[in-house]
Design a protein around this ligand. Sequence first.
Ligand code: BES
Ligand code: MN
Ligand code: ZN
Length: 492
Amino acid sequence: MSLELALLAVSPEQHATPLLALAMPRGPMPPEWTALDQATGGALGRLIGSGDFNGKRDQTALAYPDGHATRVLLVGTGKPDEGGVAAVRRAAAVAAKRARIMGTGTLSLAVAPGAAGGASPADIARAAAEGFHFGGWHYAALRKPPEDPKPDLTRAELLLADQAAQHGLTLGDAIGAGQTFAREVQVLPGSQCTPTYLGNVAGELGRRHGFGVTVLDRAAIEKEGMGALLAVAQGSVQEPRFIVLEYKGADAAPVVLVGKGVTFDTGGISIKPAEKMEDMKYDMSGAAAVLGTFEMLGRVKPKLHVIGLIPSAENMPSGTAYRPGDVVKSHLGKTIEVVNTDAEGRLILADALSWARRYQPACVVDAATLTGAVVIALGHTAAAVMGTDEPLIAELRAAGDRAGELVWPLPMFEEYHDLIKSDIADMKNSGGRPGGSITAGWFLREFAEEYPWAHVDIAGTAYTDREDATRVRGPTGMGVRLFGDFLLARAG
Ligand code: BES
Ligand code: MN
Ligand code: ZN
């Protein structure tokens, strides 16, 4: 299923569509819609004037007036001073989700100026495009097709009379498509989404967009001396992969993006409890964010040099599995005492961070569903960010604010570093539960030599078990909008 977007310079009362969505803040009917109100026989004015619809955020009201549109859906964006790109993105997502559930096939959205704050036409269009993709997504490929299938949302139109907005719509379309790409990889069961599968997905991406992809198999990973990645992989019949993507739109020091690609995390010998273990199919969400970002890059083709690195393995308990107490030698040469086989993500990332040195990167940013502790610290609202470079962290925070994928810093005080000291090796792979996200960050930092580095822990934000007005339960594609905004801002 793919979603086609269009920008139409037509006012809502002149447009025939199966679903006309109107985003507006609290307050009276926007004067711009007077003609539309007349064309709907005063239906809009009655909905708003009666107080049945008051513009509260996420509130919706559906009407079937006489006139051009079969249905009119009012979507609230909250207080007028909360208007802006976030409100537009959200309203577009709410409308797209409703359209998908109703099965209208096509959606047309008009945004009242008050809902957009002072955002430029291009920014409004970009936010709407991202919202359309985000809200319209659902996954039914593994269900028996229903007898009377409802049409998917295949077309979304933004009614906005400004051609400068086309550029924004195109960008938002690419970012939204990248995010959908990530979600479609995330959602797959561990039996299907294996390290081999991720390598194939990357290869296919590269062929479709014409960028370089190299996939290292177990033998090549051994030859490279990636002992930490191999240790995690050794308990599984699934072969590990180390995936390298290169988008070269400029001759410059690259930005390197690293994504954790654990395709299923049982915990290994330090096995996890059964409760919610099924969610550990999402432990490759960092990898999915990198792949989705490359889908975006392939579409937008910005003047940037970006490398994507995905270390991928399955973490299984078995007779061949690595065990607590084992000492492994990393790609960098530092040795690691494995005190908990469930702290596997940092092991595979360590080898990727070490590998990244060869590019003399402008910076390295990794995304990983790394710790349960980040869910305790920040819940499901924001991802944690840590790193060695304050400007890079600030850049990521700003990108997250704009993109609506929030990140918040955790402190890397030296005291936390002490917690991963080992008696027999250079470090151990777990500092225990207290400060678990930060000790994980310190572990990664041991391998992030020679370049500015930041780490984004997306364990709380990569998937959701709560359905809301904008999304279904399941994968969120977290990281694609963050990386997308971060990169496109760098491209200028
Ligand atoms: N993949 C998990 C982290 C995770 C937890 C992601 C919950 C999403 C939701 C990671 O590999 C892990 O198991 N981390 C351990 C580390 C501990 C053993 C030091 C954790 O957070 O409990
Ligand atoms: Mn784990
Ligand atoms: Zn994990």
